[in-house]
Design a protein around this ligand. Structure first.
Ligand SMILES: Cc1cc2nc3c(=O)[nH]c(=O)nc-3n(C[C@H](O)[C@H](O)[C@H](O)COP(=O)(O)OP(=O)(O)OC[C@H]3O[C@@H](n4cnc5c(N)ncnc54)[C@H](O)[C@@H]3O)c2cc1C
Length: 428
């Protein structure tokens, strides 16, 4: 008999949810997390869409450590000394069926753990799973901290760049273009200063994405999220592009902090946290096999993350995948069949859910980003130049907007513009 019904590797967003679902169904489950506490090593820009969380924890609003509800959406195209910003706000952002909150993982992840523990899951922190134990093709347990622990099913929730997925189902290591490197600072600022700078109340705030000079034209973008007493500021750039770059991601962030659009927003703030992490960018085409005999993959260990340019989503996907993995594993345990066939309901549940459906819808987007460098340099510059022509007045006789726009459009090439627009529309 195995030591546990199930072992969950990793306690980010997917792991505790999978463990919670198993424990509430009466299964013995052990979660092994390499960090000294949950969230110690985890990074998100910081915006969580609540729909998946609500399905598992309907009363999460009572005590989950949420920072601010996002009620203001901004996207900026940056030139070195200029920025053109689109802002969107909508009363529907306050609708509980579709709202989103900023979160800080060092607080949010321990809360998820407390829910799993309250349901009966057992936890070990500070120990990494070094390898999987296999009997032929079947995963029968894990090797961690010099011990071998057996289980009928092992759920890998160990995040992007999983070292165990290859052993589990033969997933090759991610390619340079299917992962990006993220860097982030949490900058402490007085709550009222944030309220004033973002014209919002204490419980509400903004999500702000940047393209163009935020990354000096490299494939990726910048982000800024308002927390209660801090701002999360960072960048994400594909590894393929960063390897070729003549600068470092740390220098890019330093330059981003000095940008005239950013500097006044973070002025007077103190950096209280600095972190870096990979993020899956390959989309649907990078999804690996999700199950094997005695093993399942959930969250970013299976590259589940969605970058649509205007939103970044990994946490809600991981929570939903953890939920389906936990529920399907419990059913397979009840049926006495945790082979790949017995765990098959997990794949079906994911395919029927937003996780796979949304990834499929955006399957062309990663390729569009990688092969349309003008998105990250030429177009933000074009937008700012056009705005400059429209909004600066020096007393010389003005030209109609079409005459101002034409030389700029000619520089880009109308054909390139139409081709990229067509590709972009198809990708989204
Ligand atoms: C810069 C950045 C910005 C982002 N912004 C957003 C955003 O705004 N909104 C959003 O929804 N998503 C965002 N994401 C993506 C999001 O953070 C991830 O998709 C999400 O955290 C994935 O959850 P997960 O549970 O699969 O993995 P993780 O949260 O990464 O958790 C994996 C866990 O496994 C542990 N682990 C790993 N290996 C082992 C091992 N061998 N043994 C034991 N434990 C192990 C790790 O320590 C970690 O705790 C962002 C990511 C980055 C890097």
């Amino acid at each position: 008999m195995a030591d546990f019904d199930a072992i969950v590797v990793g306690s980010g967003c997917a792991g505790p949810v999978a463990a919670h679902e198993l424990a509430t169904r009466g299964k013995s489950v052990l979660v092994i997390e390499r960090g000294n506490f949950a969230g110690a090593k985890n990074v998100s820009g910081g915006r969580l869409y609540t729909h998946a969380l609500r399905e598992v924890f309907p009363n999460f609003r009572d005590d989950a450590p949420l920072e601010r509800r996002v009620v203001r959406e901004r996207i900026s195209m940056l030139e070195p000394e200029a920025g053109l910003t689109i802002e969107f706000s909508d009363e529907q952002m306050r609708d509980e069926s579709q709202d989103s909150y900023t979160v800080l993982r060092a607080q949010f992840d321990p809360w998820l753990v407390s829910q799993a523990e309250a349901a009966g899951a057992e936890y070990i922190h500070g120990i990494a799973v070094e390898s999987l134990i296999k009997d032929g093709n079947r995963v029968t347990g894990v090797s961690a901290g010099g011990d071998e622990i057996s289980a009928d099913v092992v759920i890998l929730c160990d995040g992007v760049n999983s070292l165990l997925a290859e052993q589990a189902v033969g997933t090759p290591r991610p390619s340079r273009s299917s992962v990006a490197v993220g860097i982030k600072q949490v900058i402490e600022l007085d709550e009222h200063v944030i309220n004033e700078r973002f014209t919002c109340s204490s419980d509400e705030g903004a999500a702000w994405l940047f393209m163009g000079d935020a990354t000096h034209g490299h494939v990726g973008g910048g982000f800024l999220y308002t927390n209660k007493n801090s701002i999360s500021l960072g960048l994400v750039v594909t590894v393929a592009d960063m390897v070729e770059a003549d600068t470092t991601i740390a220098q890019l962030l330093e330059d981003f902090r000095q940008h005239p659009v950013i500097a006044p927003v973070i002025a007077g703030g103190a950096v209280v946290e600095h972190s870096g992490h990979l993020v899956a960018e390959g989309g649907y085409n990078a999804l690996p096999t999700l199950i094997g005999d005695g093993v399942m993959l959930a969250g970013e260990s299976a590259m589940m993350c969605l970058n649509a340019g205007y939103t970044v989503r990994g946490m809600d996907l991981a929570i939903a995948a953890g939920m389906h993995a936990g529920r399907s594993a419990a059913t397979a345990l009840d049926n006495g069949d945790t082979s790949s066939k017995g765990l098959g309901s997990y794949v079906k549940a994911l395919e029927d859910s937003f996780v796979i459906k949304d990834m499929k819808t955006l399957r062309r987007f990663p390729d569009f980003m990688e092969h349309t460098p003008r998105m990250f340099s030429t177009y933000p510059e074009l937008a700012c130049s056009l705005a400059r022509q429209m909004f600066l007045v020096d007393g010389t006789p003005m030209k109609p907007v079409r005459k101002k726009a034409w030389p700029l459009l000619k520089d880009v090439g109308l054909f390139n513009l139409l081709k990229d627009a067509r590709k972009g529309v198809k990708a989204l």
